[in-house]
Design a protein around this ligand. Structure first.
Ligand code: DAK
Length: 262
């Protein structure tokens, strides 16, 4: 696929999507958001035969994504602003619902819409030079791509309120301490480490991984009883799959499972 602001590497079963607008620190303009939506739809359709995992990162050594494109955004009227926010929200929701696991490899600034993008991924690995924050209040705005919703879910309401109200940037070690990043790595090792984790996941049953991602997301919004029902339904559905037969047979026969995603 040819994009102006993205690079999609599709070799092997773990793919890498790089936001590629380094002159603007990979800030999200409307064209980039549209391309992101197209690329994600392609990833979705490529599961499970071609793609079993996705790394999202930013081009260059300085920035993952420095937020929504402030220069483009300031020219919007309130109706266009709502369309822009809804577009971003729906693309980020698409990430959250992808059938494959997604790691945000945060290689520098992840600010505003950039942190919101990372929060829509399944988890975050950060480089040691990463800086994360939601600086929207400094611009007279609030987070518009899900930051007020997802940050509190990841680090807790009070920690999220402090970051959102102050607009402060935090460093990688603070992000790790807050549980915002799962790992901190030297920049040169960041993408390889994310790929390695996804390669491990890719050896597991693809439908089981997909099902666990979906159940965990759905059950998060439900009370315990409904969440357990969601889980038991998902569990039961896997008993219709070839992969479940293969995985359990392989255990009994003391061999490695050969999953096919069926
Ligand atoms: N938008 C557009 N251009 C940006 C940008 C951004 N977010 N961030 C950086 N750039 C551009 C700079 O303008 C500069 O371009 P030139 O001037 O060279 O043409 C180039 O990238 C390099 O940036 P700097 O020269 O500023 O680099 P520094 O190392 O000095 O500083 C920085 C790096 C990341 C600290 C600084 O660039 C910065 O503070 N950037 C802005 C960070 C920020 O505030 N991000 C949050 C954006 S607001 C909503 C929808 C969405 C949102 C909100 C509401 N609704 C519609 C309701 C989301 C909002 C946001 O994400």
């Amino acid at each position: 696929m040819n994009f102006q602001f993205l690079k999609l590497e599709t070799e092997g079963r773990v793919w890498t999507l790089t936001l590629n607008r380094p002159d603007a620190l990979n800030a999200l303009n409307a064209a980039l958001l549209n391309e992101l939506g197209e690329a994600l739809t392609f990833v979705e359709k490529s599961f499970p035969k071609q793609c079993l995992g996705l790394v999202i990162t930013g081009q260059g050594e300085k920035s993952f994504v420095a937020g929504a494109d402030i220069k483009e955004m300031r020219g919007l009227n309130p109706i266009e602003a709502e369309t822009f926010a809804r577009r971003g929200q729906s693309v980020f929701r698409q990430i959250e619902k992808l059938p494959v696991p997604v790691i945000a490899a945060v290689n520098g600034f992840a600010l505003g819409g950039g942190l919101e993008l990372a929060l829509a991924c399944d988890f975050i690995y950060a480089s040691d030079n990463a800086r994360m924050g939601l600086p929207e209040v400094s611009l007279g705005l609030i987070p518009g791509f899900g930051g007020t919703v997802r940050l509190a879910r990841t680090i807790g309401l009070n920690q999220a309120r402090e970051l959102i109200f102050t607009g402060d940037m935090i460093k990688a070690d603070q992000a790790l301490a807050l549980g915002l990043a799962n790992k901190v790595l030297p920049q040169a090792e960041l993408v390889a480490a994310a790929k390695k984790t996804l390669e491990t996941i890719a050896t597991r049953g693809p439908l089981a991984v997909q099902s666990s991602k979906k159940a965990a997301l759905e059950a998060y919004d439900q009370d315990v009883d409904l969440g357990l029902k969601t889980e038991s339904n998902a569990f039961a559905n896997l008993f219709t799959t070839r992969d479940m037969n293969e995985g359990t047979a392989a255990f009994v026969e003391k061999r490695k499972a050969a999953f096919t995603g069926e």
